[in-house]
Each structure stands twice: as structure tokens, then as C-alpha cells.
Ligand binder design. Structure first.
Ligand code: TRP
Length: 462
């Protein structure tokens, strides 16, 4: 039987969980979703959802994970309600990592381009950020190559096992990224025209926003950014020592993640306005914008570009590892449950290969730029690339549903005594008990159901 490892320390757990949460979702996803989702209206909705849903679902997942000590698939089998819920997580993991790896690959591509700029190579060839991306996105071979490269890097780190591989990686990269982002924010805010971006981020009313659309995007983004709704934090919780406080961890992680998202917003949005770009520019906004930001820094730009994309790749890798970890640990538990050999390495390789294949259409499509793939018009707001398709199925549908169901399992089936026992196992009182009880039972499932309803309304163009 496969023996489950556990975290070296709570600090290690925290760094790994924050490493899972902080990633492309914050730096790439948050600014562009804020741009489409209505600026300040999106921000307020997002923050409320983090408090009333994010912290709560985080708590629920970590409790289920630590109590059962199993992967999502086996945990829900054991609990005996919504037995198939764990499979949601595995499916979500496949879908998310497929497009995530392509975006991660784009970051690698940009890193290489900045290195070539610095060394006097072809670099961006004098192209604007937009034109450069169009060129990259229209080249399927290079898209697939970078997708594969990112996937391979992820696999290499996961192969190290839990505490060895993941913990070490996070401790340096995360704070370094934070410092670099603060420097870039200060620089960007001094650009002429940047204040329009601040107004967009922080003043009501934001123009032309649709309430349901904003709710749907903020809800999905919140779950995505916090790695919730698909068993990722459940898996991490299953490795957490009984001595640690779940409520405390379930607060610190969302706090750190939201801080990073806000910083990324402050880094990107004012620059979007300063360079006359379109805040509604969609999934590639980060790439268009940061190219202009670094270009405006003159000869230092390439160095900042290299540092930025390098650290972003580290952040993306620590998130991607957690996704691959969910998928792999599900597969391991399923095989071990059937009494088959459950060797981590070959299983992780097979999962990575399957995800790579699933990502190929996304890479060929190039977020809709290449025109080589059929597009979808399933949502009224024009979400139509393959990336949008995978993203919407995962964070628009499966993850909110997963969150609602997990809250229901806890409040209706397992009951609060079950939770209490696990939470107080560390010898401390259950912090904010009333808040969690009311939220798990009523507030979170209701809010998340609204997020789901919003998806259907968007689907029908309301
Ligand atoms: N939260 C990560 C990010 O913001 C992505 C991620 C990692 C994720 N694990 C997850 C998203 C599990 C959803 C579910 O980049």
C-alpha cells in the first residue's frame, strides 16, 4: 500500500497551500477578469465572495481532507454521500491544468524572448505586445511546444514527492514575486494616464456591467484563485498534521492570495489605461500590457521582464503541481483501493501525458487568435475560445457546484459535531465557530448557487 506522507511543518504546509493558491490565477486571471467583469463592481463582489465563500469552502475542504486523510475520490466514497464528487475534482484538475499549462508555456516563451532581447537577439523584433502575441498564438507548433515544456517542468517537480518537492520551492519564489510586483506597481502608477486605471478599479459606478455576469466571473475567479471546489485543498488538508489549527490556516491562505490578486490588479490595470489598451482585452491582457510596461522602462526593461516572468513561472509551477497532485493522488488511491500497484512516478507521468493531450486544442487555438480551431458561442459575453470553454466548464460550473455540495455534505450529512471534533483536535477552540456554522449551512451554498444560476443566465443571454 502507498503510505501517505505528511508536511514537514505548518510553515511548510502554509507555503505550499499559498503556493497552490497564488499563481497565474492571481497575476494573469484577476486583472483580465476585473477588466471584463466591471472594475470596481467586480472587486467588491470578489472580496465579499472571498469572505463568505472562499474562507468557508477552504475550511470545509481542509476539514474533510484531514479527517478522512484521503484523496477526494476515496474521501467521498468513504463519506458515502455524493460518492462521485471526488471525480469532479479529477475532471476539473484535468481541464484546468490543460489550459493552465498553455498559459504557463506563454510565460516561458516571454521569458525566452526577454533573454534574447537582453543578449541582443531577435527579441520582440520591435513589435507591440499585441502583434507579438498574435504571431505567437498563430503558431500551433510553438504553442504545443511550450505547453509541453511547462507540463514537463510540472511533472519534474511533482516527482520529488510531497514535502521534498513542493515545500522547498515556495519559500523563496513567493516573497520575491511580491517584492517585484510592488516595484512594478510604483513604476506603473507614475505613468501618465494611470489614474484612469485607479478610477476604474476603485470608483462606483462602473460602466456597462451586468450584475449576473460580474457575479459569475467573480465567483469562478475566486474559487479558481483559491484552488477551491475541486478537492485541491482537501488533498493538501489530508497531509496536514492534527496539531495544526484549520480555521487559522483557512483564513491566512485566502488573505495572502487576495493580497496578491489585488497587487496584480494594481500592476496591470493602471498600465492598461496608461498605454491606451482595452481593459476588456480578455485572457491575454497580461501579456499585451506587461510588454508595454517593460518597453517603457528602456534598457532595464529586459531585466525586469526576465525577473517577472521567471518568478511568475515559479508561482505558476507551484500551482500546477497542486493540480497534478490532485489528479495523481486520486489515481494512486483508486489503484491502491483496487489492490493494484500504485507507484507514484508512472502514475504521475500518465496523468501529465493525458493533460498534455487535452491541452493541445487550447494551444492550437491560441486563445482564439490562430483561427485554426472551431470557436464556441455558448455564452452571451462572447467567451468562445477553447481556453474559455475549459475554463467555463471548470470554474463556472463544476467548481461552484462542488463547493455547494461539499457545504451540504458537511452541514446535512456529517454534522457540526463531526467538524468540531476535527477542528478542536489541535487542542484549541474552534475559532469563529458561529460564522462558520451559519455560512456553511446557509450563506455559502446560497451565494454559490447564485453564481451557478448566473452562468445559466449568461448562457441564455440575460
Ligand atoms: N489557484 C491557482 C492560481 O491562482 C490555480 C490552481 C491551483 C487551482 N490549484 C487549483 C485552481 C485547484 C482550481 C483548483 O493560479
Amino acid at each position: 500500500m502507498h503510505e501517505r506522507e505528511s508536511w514537514g511543518s505548518n510553515f511548510g504546509f502554509l507555503m505550499a497551500a499559498i503556493g497552490s493558491a497564488v499563481g497565474l490565477g492571481n497575476v494573469w486571471g484577476f486583472p483580465y477578469k476585473m477588466g471584463i467583469g466591471g472594475g470596481f463592481a467586480f472587486l467588491i463582489t470578489y472580496l465579499l465572495l472571498v469572505l463568505f465563500c472562499g474562507c468557508v469552502v477552504m475550511f470545509v475542504e481542509m476539514t474533510i481532507g484531514r479527517k478522512t486523510g484521503k484523496s477526494p475520490i476515496r474521501a467521498f466514497l468513504e463519506i458515502g454521500t455524493f460518492k462521485k464528487l471526488g471525480w469532479f475534482g479529477a475532471i476539473c484538475g484535468f481541464l484546468i491544468l490543460a489550459f493552465y499549462s498553455w498559459i504557463g508555456g506563454c510565460c516561458i516563451k516571454y521569458l525566452f524572448t526577454y533573454i534574447s532581447e537582453l543578449c541582443g537577439g531577435a527579441g520582440f523584433g520591435g513589435m507591440s505586445g499585441l502583434d507579438y502575441f498574435v504571431q505567437f498564438g498563430s503558431n500551433p507548433a510553438s504553442g504545443i511546444f511550450y505547453l509541453g515544456l511547462f507540463m514537463l517542468l510540472t511533472l519534474l517537480v511533482v516527482q520529488g514527492g510531497i514535502s521534498k518537492g513542493i515545500e522547498k520551492f515556495n519559500v523563496v519564489g513567493m516573497p520575491a514575486l511580491l517584492v517585484l510586483m510592488v516595484i512594478l506597481i510604483i513604476k506603473n502608477l507614475s505613468l501618465p494616464g494611470a489614474s484612469a486605471g485607479l478610477a476604474f478599479m476603485f470608483t462606483w459606478p462602473t460602466e456597462g456591467f451586468n450584475f449576473f455576469n460580474t457575479l459569475r466571473m467573480a465567483g469562478g475567479q475566486m474559487l479558481f484563485s483559491l484552488s477551491l471546489g475541486m478537492g485541491c485543498m482537501l488533498t493538501y488538508g489530508s497531509y496536514l498534521s492534527k496539531k495544526e489549527s484549520i480555521p487559522k490556516n483557512a483564513f491566512i491562505i485566502p488573505f495572502a492570495d487576495t493580497l496578491m490578486a489585488l497587487l496584480a490588479g494594481l500592476m496591470v490595470i493602471p498600465a492598461v489605461f496608461a498605454f491606451g489598451l482595452d481593459p476588456q482585452g480578455g485572457p491575454l491582457l497580461l501579456f499585451y500590457t506587461m510588454k508595454e510596461v517593460f518597453a517603457a522602462m528602456g534598457s532595464a526593461g529586459a531585466i525586469f521582464g526576465i525577473m517577472f516572468f521567471l518568478l511568475l513561472i515559479v508561482a505558476a509551477l507551484t500551482s500546477a503541481m497542486s493540480l497534478l497532485e490532485v489528479v495523481t493522488s486520486c489515481a494512486i488511491d483508486v489503484r491502491a483501493g483496487k489492490g493494484k500497484s500504485a507507484n507514484r512516478r508512472p502514475i504521475a507521468c500518465c496523468c501529465a501525458l493525458a493533460i498534455f493531450i487535452l491541452g493541445i486544442p487550447v494551444a492550437i487555438d491560441g486563445a482564439g487568435i490562430s483561427g485554426l480551431m472551431p470557436q464556441f458561442t455558448f455564452l452571451a459575453d462572447g467567451s468562445e475560445s477553447w481556453l474559455d470553454l475549459y475554463d467555463t466548464i471548470a470554474e463556472g460550473l463544476l467548481m461552484p457546484l462542488g463547493s455547494v455540495l461539499m457545504c451540504l455534505v458537511v452541514s446535512r450529512k456529517l454534522g457540526f459535531d463531526w467538524v468540531n471534533e476535527e477542528v478542536t483536535a489541535c487542542g484549541q477552540k474552534w475559532l469563529a465557530e458561529g460564522f462558520y456554522r451559519v455560512s456553511i449551512k446557509y450563506i455559502t451554498p446560497v451565494l454559490m448557487s447564485f453564481v451557478l444560476v448566473s452562468l445559466f443566465l449568461s448562457y441564455f443571454g440575460i
